[in-house]
Write a protein that binds this ligand. Structure first.
Ligand code: GLV
Ligand code: MN
Ligand code: MN
Length: 405
């Protein structure tokens, strides 16, 4: 099996043109750019000789033909707003290139390569929707509740894309012997510590809540301060209080983010009637996450009703911390060392589809360095040599799973 590095890099550059913004991409799930990228990937998979389809949730899935067992390799091709060109895309195209190389080598092995781009990993509608659906964890209630920030439902987005009503592909425990995901690190550790391959030990748990303050719109020039039911000021105070509360219960690994706020009706001369904030927090321990969530609720209960403003916190998403398969991780390490690449065992602070897959199938991830640790921004980048080293190590791991490959 011979990896064609120029072809991998050319595919990555091509995929980056869908939704291109400067050096990055703006490819939110199910937008025309995202759908075009999915269609392009479907064609590449089909050309490569895989049995490929886009399923009812938007997963692009290519199966090796004529084999009973396969290693599943993938990630996602949707992006955050104004995101980077490698986040997710690299892991999917690693899978495509390894599947192509296997078939070009005459597919002399019984172990196939199946490739997948999971839908909506970034959570425009529902974080990890594609991998949750693949593993049977996207409940009907979750599916129906999924909307984007403008209130558009996942159901409507899938209908518009033409995917609604299609069957959804699922993990096949009798077929899929392992799931492997290659990804950029998205942080600075590999670079600062002079390592080339991150061997992921586990992935943090993630929770997202929306906090909503409900007051009353009034004239911002004529309404006396004491008579206002100001949802905007209440939200600002709430966020400040929550940061202090988080600081009391956090672990050394906890992180949190106020990623989006909206005031309605949203004019400088109108007292806000409603204000929302999206709060996300992460930690490797479920107990710490529980403590942080309790603070969110306690802060809401304390603030509720003050100044005539109602305060409510609603959970939007939770995903538990996840361990990677130790045997597979060791195989990645061996494959990396065989190529002279210094490795670092490390947890992932970013969420990945691997955290869903690992509940069902031996799963492992490798990271390559991110230049300057930048990600979730168009500045995200990695050296081409590192991108090529990453696929080499992943292909080496596949070979180790089936020594005749
Ligand atoms: C995925 O990129 C996440 O960690 O939010
Ligand atoms: Mn991401
Ligand atoms: Mn990603």
């Amino acid at each position: 099996m011979q990896i064609n590095y120029p072809r991998l890099l050319a595919d990555l550059r091509h995929l980056a043109k869908f939704g291109q913004v400067g050096t990055g991409v703006h490819r939110l799930s199910f937008t025309p750019e995202d759908r075009e990228a999915r269609h392009w990937l479907l064609q590449r998979m089909t050309e490569a000789g895989l049995d490929a389809q886009i399923d009812g949730i938007g997963n692009v899935y290519g199966q090796s033909k004529g084999v009973a067992k396969a290693v599943l390799i993938g990630s996602h091709t949707d992006s955050v707003p104004k995101g980077g060109w490698l986040d997710g895309a690299m892991g999917v195209l690693y899978g495509l290139e390894i599947a192509r190389a296997r078939l070009e080598a005459g597919a002399q092995t019984d172990l196939g390569i199946d490739v997948i781009s999971f839908a909506d990993e970034e959570g425009t509608y529902r974080a990890l929707a594609g991998s949750l659906s693949f593993c049977g964890h996207l409940s009907e209630a979750d599916f129906e509740a999924a909307t984007n920030q403008h209130g558009k439902t996942l159901r409507a987005a899938l209908s518009e894309a033409g995917y609604a009503g299609r069957q959804r592909v699922t993990l096949d425990p009798s077929r899929h012997v392992a799931y492997l995901e290659g990804h950029i690190e998205q942080g600075p550790r590999l670079e600062t510590e002079g390592k080339k391959i991150g061997v992921v030990t586990g992935i943090v748990g993630i929770r997202r809540l929306q906090v909503t303050c409900t007051g009353q719109a009034d004239h911002a020039g004529t309404t006396p301060m004491l008579l206002r039911k100001d949802a905007g000021s209440a939200l600002i105070k709430y966020c400040h209080n929550l940061m202090q509360r988080f600081a009391q219960v956090r672990s050394a690994n906890s992180v949190w983010n106020f990623g989006h706020v909206a005031f309605e009706p949203g004019a400088s001369n109108v007292v806000p009637s409603t204000a929302h904030v999206l709060v996300e927090f992460r930690d490797p321990s479920e107990a710490t996450l529980d403590r942080m969530q309790a603070e969110i609720q306690a802060a809401a209960a304390t603030a509720n009703g003050r100044g005539g403003v109602g305060v409510q916190a609603t959970e939007l998403m939770r995903v538990s911390p996840a361990e990677m398969d130790a045997k597979l991780a060791a195989m990645i390490e061996v494959a990396a060392r065989g190529r002279g690449a210094p490795t670092l065992r490390m947890p992932s602070g970013a969420g990945h589809d691997a955290m869903v897959l690992t509940r069902h199938v031996p799963t492992a991830m490798l990271f390559i360095p991110s230049i300057g640790g930048r990600s979730h921004d168009i500045a995200e980048d990695s050296d081409e040599a590192d991108i090529c080293l990453g696929i080499d190590v992943l292909a080496g791991t596949v070979r180790a799973l089936n020594p005749t490959a």
